[in-house]
Design a binder for this molecule. Structure first.
Ligand code: GLA
Length: 393
């Protein structure tokens, strides 16, 4: 995908001849382990080559000026370093504002204002973490511009805090972690309770990971997401009346099956079931990939989707149609939704020499069932958030 001349854009938007520094943070896909992060379980995400670019320059005064080439309608959004409170009229710029606010509150000195231009090539609202990508690119640009040494995990946690406390979505730590710690050609197996993690090389030989966007916008995602989280918390509380566990991620499938009667509400029981089984699938997935057993890995992806469809109920007609159609194509090893759900993207592992027919067939069937087309991207797994050195873009 061609990237526009961002230096030119920066200089004309901010009417300056100054040369800014350039930073990049990727988006992410999650191979498996969905809605397990805020339940103390495991996730298995990877950072992708699409993401958010930010060009930034310090100012002499205390003004912050933000411009996004993805939301040109909102123009330059301006505020002051001394007032970083959430402001609805600041729309998308609340994400970087939140990061700046919390970095200052953690004791790092941001002495001057800045001009920052953002450009993202992650489709918005597609479940590939465009918001965590903006947060993380803002974290690394502050580090770079003000010569700060901030532990990467601290930036990751601040990004999550922005979502939870500043924006009001009670998301887990997966997205910021995958984006902050991503490594080229590797996925990350992360234990969300202890934050221990390991990298697993993704070598798919004759296959590629396709990202398929339902192109359904996820307007209700925030509220439904928070609802799922509370249902899991209620299920956990019921289980804790008898079991000394800290999170649903502590339970094996056997323990869950024996003790699930403790969960009073039937819907909550289904939510917890998904989490426990998905957590075990995620651990199994790592082992299978290590053994090069792609077929079994694909089966786990399929099971994961079914569980998100029937027990967690976060898929919807578009994702289900897409995933079912994808799976029926020759050369497909597995397919599932990725990210929060409620629309957004699916991923499929597809044989390289079947890609064209895969795209054509899936798109045809999807468009006739849904009324509009899907979009297809091949995912390459790239490095995490960083400064782009060696000249601006
Ligand atoms: C969103 C959240 C993550 C995670 C996923 C579901 O991407 O930001 O923390 O909960 O949904 O796995």
């Amino acid at each position: 995908m061609r990237i526009p001349n961002l230096l030119y854009e920066f200089q004309s938007v901010f009417n300056t001849t100054k040369t800014p520094r350039s930073f990049f943070a990727p988006g992410r896909i999650n191979l498996i382990g969905e809605h397990t992060d805020y339940n103390g379980g495991h996730v298995f995400p990877a950072s992708i080559s699409f993401g958010t670019y930010a060009l930034a320059h310090k100012r002499e005064d205390q003004k912050l000026r933000f411009f996004s080439m993805n939301f040109t309608d909102t123009g330059i959004i301006e505020c002051d370093l001394n007032n970083l409170n959430y402001d609805e009229t600041h729309s998308w710029a609340n994400f970087p504002k939140g990061v700046i606010k919390y970095i200052c509150e953690n004791g790092f000195k941001i002495s001057n204002g800045m001009d920052i231009l953002y450009y993202g090539n992650i489709p918005n609202g597609a479940g590939l973490s465009s918001s965590a990508s903006i947060e993380m690119v803002t974290g690394v640009l502050l580090e770079g511009l003000y010569n700060l040494t901030i532990d990467r995990l601290e930036i990751i946690k601040l990004g999550q805090k922005v979502e939870n406390e500043y924006i009001g979505v009670n998301s887990g730590i997966m997205d910021q972690f995958a984006i902050g710690k991503g490594r080229k050609n590797h996925a990350i197996l992360l234990n969300c309770q202890t934050l221990e993690y390991e990298y697993a090389p993704i070598e798919l030989d004759n296959h590629v990971i396709m990202i398929i966007n339902t192109n359904k916008q996820r307007t209700l995602a925030g509220s439904k997401y928070n609802e799922r989280r509370s249902q899991c918390e209620e299920a956990l509380k019921d289980l804790q009346t008898e079991l000394p566990i800290q999170s649903l991620g502590d339970l094996s499938i056997e323990q869950f099956e024996e003790q699930k009667y403790l969960i009073q509400d039937e819907t909550n029981r289904k939510r917890a079931k998904h989490v426990v089984y998905e957590n075990e699938r995620t651990l199994k997935a790592l082992l299978l990939l290590r053994q090069g057993n792609l077929d079994q890995f694909g089966s786990l992806m399929n099971e994961s989707h079914l569980s998100l469809q029937n027990d967690y109920e976060v898929t919807g007609f578009e994702l289900d149609t897409l995933v079912k159609t994808a799976r029926e194509q020759p050369g497909v090893i597995g397919a599932r939704m990725t990210g929060a759900g409620f629309g957004g993207c699916a991923i499929a592992i597809v044989e390289k020499n079947k890609l064209d027919s895969f795209r054509d067939n899936v798109n045809k069937i999807y468009a006739s069932a849904i009324g509009y087309e899907a979009s297809f991207y091949t995912a390459s797994i790239g490095d995490g958030a960083r400064e782009i050195t060696g000249g601006v873009l």
